[in-house]
Design a protein around this ligand. Structure first.
Ligand code: ZN
Length: 177
């Protein structure tokens, strides 16, 4: 009934995406519009959660300028508050992340900053598996379950055999010793 179990084939993991670098989170210089606010902004989908801790992708604020300034009213207020804050953590909380025309400040949650050096973000995510890869995994899992069931049967058969041998041994002891 039971055969020698074959080695269970473990499917290879989905290929890891190339880990994105600093440049992939920067806003293209040629897209900067100097006629609007040049505050660095993090838009809704700018948080890359594949990193632990999360990394942001920058974009330009782009709101209407305050006359005589290169910032909008919103960014001006945030900058003023951040300028008054005395720690990087406090500045980060105020969500002022400098100008898109300059390097991100030390507290900004982007790659290459002092914050990143301290927090050492790790790229954890793998590319989402395709439907075909999921199917393949399910088939492999099914095969593995079948192998385990076979092994269980083998063990049960061995147990029964052992029990029989022990009974025989007990009988021999009783009869002859
Ligand atoms: Zn702005």
């Amino acid at each position: 009934m039971s055969t020698t179990p074959k080695a269970v084939e473990v499917p290879s993991a989905p290929t890891k995406k190339t880990i994105p670098g600093i440049r992939e989170y920067r806003f293209p210089v040629w897209d900067i519009d100097m006629s609007t606010c040049i505050g660095r902004a993090f838009k809704e989908d700018s948080k890359d959660k594949r990193w632990k801790p999360h990394i942001f992708r920058e974009s330009q604020c782009g709101r209407q300028l305050v006359a005589g300034s290169d910032l909008c009213l919103f960014c001006t207020t945030r900058k003023e508050k951040a300028d008054e804050a005395d720690t990087d953590v406090a500045k980060a909380k105020l969500q002022w992340n400098g100008l898109i025309t300059e390097e991100p400040p030390t507290w900004t949650h982007m790659l290459g900053t002092a914050w990143a050096e301290k927090s050492n973000p790790v790229f954890t995510a793998e590319e989402d598996p395709t439907a075909a890869e999921i199917d393949e995994l399910c088939v492999s899992l099914g095969a593995a379950h079948a192998e385990i069931a076979d092994l269980r049967d083998m063990l049960a058969a061995k147990d029964a055999e052992n029990a029989e041998l022990l009974a025989k041994l007990a009988y021999i002891k009783l009869a002859f010793l």
